[in-house]
Each structure stands twice: as structure tokens, then as C-alpha cells.
Design a binder for this molecule. Structure first.
Ligand SMILES: Cc1cc2nc3c(=O)[nH]c(=O)nc-3n(C[C@H](O)[C@H](O)[C@H](O)COP(=O)(O)OP(=O)(O)OC[C@H]3O[C@@H](n4cnc5c(N)ncnc54)[C@H](O)[C@@H]3O)c2cc1C
Length: 419
């Protein structure tokens, strides 16, 4: 089969061509970096991307088919994390070419890791109300302000930073999307301790931090458009799963497993945040209440919700495979995930009773239930709260009148509550 595959290939044809290529090139003795460079050169790293930018110009569904097949063949794909899932597709969509040239490759090899610097103490749901400022000084943007809830900022190389470059225009229009080098004196990162005992988030203080003039994603003053792309991808990847790497020996695999260990250490509580509906039957059996009709009904209701949301996600995936960009279905999925997480926490609490509050090895499912109860609230906040998803669905899907937004059309500097 030719190196340039036609766009109407079936999944089996894609798998066959990939297998042939992997058999000829995969060598677990090579470094992970060298392997990923090869993968990028071949276009198999991100097959749906344009050929000019490391892809093969294939349909969107091929990314998932190729990702799973690489694992099945015992090889490794692109790195997990916000670089691959958020920064790279945003840069691909909005450019400019110079940034695509400079940043896509090191992001997709895992050489550069990222964090998202969007939220601020005074700007979460109302993200466009952010007040971190960026002022151009010669060839450098000078940044001042504070970000918060920034996952993985304590070990990221680069930050996806939203900052205000013009206060004299309405709030959505004066924002610019920067690539912030994290390792510099003007960036101070402080970890936050959560009620579930983990520390995944940070506060990031920006004091005269420096960004090279050309580190702008998209266009100066039009960062909001690019930010919406990142947020749409974020909803799509709300459920993170660790790749099932082969346990075979080899340098590339060792490095990929270490990379995933490092990445998922931050996210170890995310399965609990999703409520662990997969554990309810095991939990009911272990607690001796699997015959209780009330518990059985609660479990059945929960698992029905879970199954329906899987079908909705599959329908959305099929739409994307036909070329649709992530859209309102991301909000539906995100909202469903919150409802399932809450319902699941409720069912686990019914099963465990007061024992669900205990932690440690002797407690319900080794402390997992307590962690579920303390982590589930985060599900309905991260990546846009439930209320914000409902607003999006009400306006974009149901066509209901928009929310009253009194500060939308006046210059940001004239909005009263700031300061
Ligand atoms: C697990 C997790 C990971 C996160 N990771 C990151 C990250 O990596 N980077 C980053 O920048 N941020 C991150 N965040 C922050 C997250 O994006 C914000 O917490 C979120 O957008 C909500 O903002 P807020 O906390 O300021 O709440 P607020 O916006 O102050 O909201 C408070 C309450 O008011 C409601 N509300 C607000 N506006 C409206 C409205 N218009 N209509 C109806 N109700 C409304 C909200 O729904 C909520 O219940 C993360 C958060 C969590 C929980």
C-alpha cells in the first residue's frame, strides 16, 4: 500500500498499513524520543492532521483507530496530557505557522509539557472577565497577575496563558492567548492541598513574567476565539484514561511507562472524581447488600444512566469521524458525567453507610469510597461548571434566549465590580 493512504480507507485497511509500518520500524530498544520522531515523520502520530503538520490528512476517526492499534502492537503513540490534547490542536487550528513549526513537534514527542493558565481568583465561569495583564515592551510581553486551579503547573515547561492586552474594548475582545515559558523568575507556582488529600492544582503568580513577542497563538486581541477551541477539546477529553502500554522490556516502553506514571500521579483521583460506577456491584456484594431491592434499584438506575451516556459519547464520536468539530455534544457529555458521578457517590454512600467516611486499608474498598465522596464535586466544576454547560445547551441547542450579560458590550475598564 502506498505511503499516502486514500481518505476512504476502512479501519481494517488502516490497521493493516500501520501494522506493516510498525513491523518495519518499531524497535523497543530505541529511546522514546527517537521513536516519536519517527512516528511524526511517518504521519502516524496524528493521522487526521494535515500532511504539512505531521499527519496524513486522513479522516478524524483514524486517530483513535491508530492510537489503539499502536498499543495492541506493543508500541507507543503520542504522549498523554494537556500538550497533546489541548495545546497542540489549538495551535494547529489557530497558528501562526511559525508557532506550529516551533511547538507542535516537541509537544507531540513529549519533550515540552504544558499546563493551562486560564482561571483566576476573579474569573472562572466568567473567564472573559480575566484581569491578568500583558504589555508589550520591545520584543517581549510583560505579564502581571494571578492564575489559580492550574493542574500540573508545578512541572510544566509551557503554559497556555490568557491575558488582557487591551482594557479599552469589551471584555471578549481584548484578550490574547500566549505561550508562557514556565521556568523563569517571574513565574511562581504554589501547590494547593485538596480535601481529598491530593495536590494536583496550583496557584501561579505572574510578576513581570516575560513572553517572547512571537509566542502568541492566533492573533493579538483575538485570544478568546482560540480559547474556545481549547475549552471544546477540554470537554471532549473530560475522561482521562491511562494508555495500556505493553509490559514487555525495552527502553522506549520503560520511558513511556515512566512518563505515564509521572503524568497520572497528578490524576490518580480522577477515576474517583467520576464516581466509580464500575465498582457499585462489587461494593454491594462485598457489603452483603446486593439482594436489597432498594439498593438494586439504585444500582440499576445508575448503570442505565452510565450506559446511555456511553452511547451518547459514541454518537458524538461518530459525528466527529464524519468531520464535525467538537461542539454541543461535549457539554451534554460533561453534564452527564457530573450527574453520573453524583448518582454513583449516592449509591456508594447508600451501600457503605457511615463506614463510607472512613479512609485507610480497613475501610470500604480500601478507602476508595471516601475518596469518591470527596472527589465527586470536582467533576461538576472542572472544564466549565454544570450551570455553564446548561447555559450553553439552553442557548446553542434549545435556542432559548441568551443570559442577560450587562457587561458584554462595554469596555473592560468600565466594568464596575473589578479592583
Ligand atoms: C479538577 C479541576 C481541574 C481544573 N483544572 C484547571 C486548569 O488546569 N487550568 C485552569 O485554568 N483552571 C482549572 N480549573 C478551574 C475551573 O476551570 C474553574 O474552577 C471553573 O471554571 C469554575 O470557576 P470558579 O471556580 O471561579 O467558579 P465561579 O465561576 O465563581 O462559579 C461559582 C458558582 O456560580 C455558578 N455560576 C457562575 N456563573 C454562572 C452563570 N452565568 N449562570 C449560572 N451559574 C453560574 C457556577 O456554576 C458555580 O456553581 C480546574 C477546576 C477543577 C475542579
Amino acid at each position: 500500500m502506498s505511503e499516502r493512504a486514500p481518505a476512504d480507507l476502512t479501519p481494517d485497511q488502516i490497521r493493516a498499513e500501520l501494522t506493516d509500518w510498525v513491523n518495519r520500524h518499531w524497535d523497543p530498544v530505541m529511546s522514546l524520543r527517537d521513536w516519536r520522531e519517527l512516528l511524526l515523520d511517518s504521519g502516524w502520530a496524528v493521522p487526521s492532521w494535515p500532511e504539512r503538520w505531521h499527519g496524513r490528512g486522513l479522516p478524524a476517526w483514524t486517530d483513535e483507530v491508530v492510537g489503539s492499534e499502536l498499543l495492541r502492537l506493543g508500541a507507543v503513540g503520542v504522549p498523554v496530557g494537556s500538550g497533546t490534547w489541548l495545546a497542540a490542536p489549538t495551535i494547529l487550528a489557530h497558528g501562526p505557522d511559525e508557532l506550529r513549526e516551533r511547538l507542535l513537534r516537541p509537544t507531540l514527542t513529549g519533550e515540552q509539557t504544558w499546563c493551562q493558565l486560564f482561571s483566576e481568583p476573579g474569573a472562572g465561569s466568567d473567564l472573559a472577565g480575566l484581569s491578568t495583564s500583558a504589555v508589550l515592551d520591545g520584543d517581549t510581553w510583560v505579564i502581571n497577575g494571578q492564575k489559580v486551579w492550574n493542574t500540573s503547573a508545578h512541572h510544566a515547561d509551557l503554559g497556555m496563558l490568557l491575558a488582557r492586552t487591551d482594557s479599552n474594548v469589551p471584555k471578549h475582545q481584548g484578550i490574547t492567548y500566549f505561550v508562557l515559558p514556565m521556568k523563569q523568575p517571574g513565574v511562581q507556582v504554589r501547590q494547593l492541598r485538596q480535601m481529598n488529600f491530593h495536590a494536583s492544582f496550583n496557584e501561579v503568580f505572574l510578576t513581570e513574567a516575560r513572553v517572547p513577542k512571537d509566542n502568541v497563538i492566533g492573533v493579538v486581541g483575538q485570544g478568546w476565539t482560540a480559547a474556545l477551541t481549547t475549552l471544546a477539546y477540554e470537554r471532549r477529553f473530560a475522561a482521562l484514561r491511562r494508555p495500556g502500554y505493553s509490559s514487555a522490556p525495552g527502553r522506549a516502553l520503560d520511558e513511556a511507562r515512566a512518563e505515564a506514571d509521572d503524568h497520572f500521579a497528578t490524576y490518580s483521583w480522577y477515576p474517583q472524581r467520576a464516581g466509580r460506577p464500575d465498582l457499585v456491584i462489587e461494593h454491594a456484594r462485598a457489603a452483603g447488600v446486593a439482594d436489597d431491592p432498594v439498593i438494586r434499584q439504585a444500582i440499576a438506575r445508575l448503570l442505565t444512566m452510565h450506559r446511555v451516556s456511553i452511547w451518547t459519547a459514541e454518537r458524538a464520536r461518530a459525528a466527529r469521524a464524519l468531520g464535525a468539530r467538537p461542539g454541543a455534544e461535549g457539554s451534554i457529555g460533561k453534564l452527564a458525567a457530573s450527574n453520573i458521578a453524583r448518582e454513583s457517590a449516592k449509591v456508594h454512600a447508600m451501600i457503605a453507610g457511615a463506614k463510607g467516611m472512613l479512609t485507610g486499608p480497613d475501610s470500604a474498598l480500601g478507602g476508595v469510597i471516601a475518596e469518591v465522596l470527596m472527589s465527586v464535586p470536582g467533576q461538576s466544576i472542572a472544564g466549565g461548571t454544570d450551570e455553564i454547560q446548561k447555559n450553553i445547551l439552553a442557548e446553542k441547542v434549545l435556542g432559548l434566549p441568551g443570559e442577560v450579560r450587562v457587561d458584554k458590550d462595554i469596555p473592560f475598564s468600565q466594568i464596575k465590580h473589578r479592583g
